[in-house]
Ligand binder design. Structure first.
Ligand code: PMP
Length: 405
């Protein structure tokens, strides 16, 4: 079959592949623990349910303006004022099918073939693939051994005349780190000076622990959104646990939003009004749901850190936000893909190999499930890898004995 060379080269989403493998194992009755998941376990906030149900029962489910329903844009404008201290116009906002489409659309709208985008490792798996889909070149900058915080001088060093943008994701998927405010400040100043876009993927910005703050890039410039090089991406997927509604948004200068709106109009025609109503309901509804989710994740994180203390050979930089942890397991082998496969086969725990995030020897664990998922999941991983841990364990109702070391 003749296929596009470019499309054919795009990698399969590793999390979706793992989900499928876990589903098949579960179907066979295996007691799989899924620490690969990228979504919180909460129920949809009530205000979101009511707003989307009202839209649905009105029977008026038609095309909306391609850039989004005015009422949702209004809610995003308020959110931007509250969280970013910037007053923006409806022309500065585009509603998209998830933050994922926001990022793709931005890249599509700013890149010419061969243009380069700086991606900071460890990075969210989709950035390099999306850049390639837009005929651009991802340039990966990896921090020095033992940290997840990029070095500003190394970023500066990676810039060429083809560089168009830097993508920043803080709190970071997969490491959970929040970049220090000094770094964000330097990046803002640098991008403004060089005329580069600073794409801020803020999708986890409220899921932070121990009173840490993810400082938004706008804190470091006096410029209005209209005159700035900062592009903000956000959405309801993570902070409200509304992954299935597929609603994200972009806040950017009007000219970029105008082009992105045309791209939207010619591709998807915009987001389902049922989903947009749900997002509006969430943004305008009771915000205690966000704090409840954050607290549950913070509790899971405490459990994770406790369990990891007795994991000999593993090194973990405690996550400061998100619902991921990214332990360094290089002591147990250099291939994270092999390690993840081994953990699924022996311990029935789904993890995501660090290689997918640009860091070999690490694996990503999601702590978005129950406390029991976290406790049992880590216990199983310790049992499979750490020879100082007890060599017997129950997996489901089967007693397992470690016989490979
Ligand atoms: N950015 C990051 C860093 C993410 O982790 C995710 C979801 N895994 C997204 C964007 C996409 O979010 P959405 O579901 O809104 O498309």
């Amino acid at each position: 079959m003749k296929l596009s060379k470019l499309a054919n080269e795009i990698a399969e989403s590793p999390t979706l592949a793992l989900n499928e493998e876990a589903r098949l194992l579960r179907e066979r009755g295996e007691a799989v623990i899924h620490l690969g998941i990228g979504e919180p376990k909460n129920k949809t906030p009530l205000n979101a349910i009511l707003a989307s149900a009202a839209k649905l029962t009105s029977g008026e489910v038609k095309y909306t303006p391609a850039d989004g329903m005015p009422a949702l844009k209004k809610a995003v404008i308020r959110y931007t004022e509250e969280n970013y201290n910037r007053l923006v116009a409806p022309e500065n906002v585009l509603i998209t099918n998830g933050a994922k489409q926001s990022i793709f659309n931005i890249l599509y709208s700013i890149l010419n073939p061969q243009d380069e985008v700086i991606v900071l490792a460890p990075y969210w798996v989709s950035y390099p693939e999306m850049i390639k889909m837009c005929y651009g070149k991802p340039i990966i900058v990896t921090p020095g051994n033992g940290t997840f915080t990029p070095n500003f001088e190394e970023i500066e060093h990676a810039i060429t005349s083809y560089t168009r943008a830097i993508i920043v994701n803080s709190p970071n998927n997969p490491s959970g780190v929040i970049y220090p405010p000094e770094l964000i400040g330097k990046l803002v100043e640098f991008c403004e000076r060089k005329g580069l876009y600073l794409i801020c993927d803020d999708i986890y910005h409220k899921l932070v622990f121990e009173h840490k703050v993810a400082h938004p890039a706008f804190e470091f410039t006096g410029k209005a959104v209209e005159d700035s090089h900062i592009i903000v991406v956000n959405g309801v997927a993570k902070v409200y646990g509304m992954t299935g509604f597929r609603v994200g948004w972009v806040v950017a200068p009007r000219e970029l939003i105008r082009v992105m709106t045309n791209v939207t109009a010619q591709t998807t025609s915009g987001v389902s009004p049922v989903s947009q109503a749900a997002a509006e309901g969430a943004l305008n509804g009771l915000q205690t749901v966000v704090e409840a989710l954050r607290l549950q994740l913070e509790n899971n994180r405490t459990v994770l850190l406790q369990e990891m203390k007795t994991f000999n050979g593993a090194r973990l930089i405690p996550p400061e936000g998100t619902f991921y942890a990214f332990p360094d397991l290089r002591a147990f082998g250099s291939s994270s893909v092999e390690l993840s496969k081994f953990l699924l086969k022996k311990a029935l725990v789904v993890t995501v190999p660090g290689k997918e995030f640009g860091m070999e020897g690490f694996i990503r664990l999601s702590i978005s499930g129950t406390v029991k998922d976290v406790t049992d999941g880590i216990a199983r991983i310790k049992w499979a890898l750490d020879q100082t841990s007890p060599n017997e364990i129950y997996i489901g109702d089967k007693k397992m004995i470690r016989d490979w070391m």
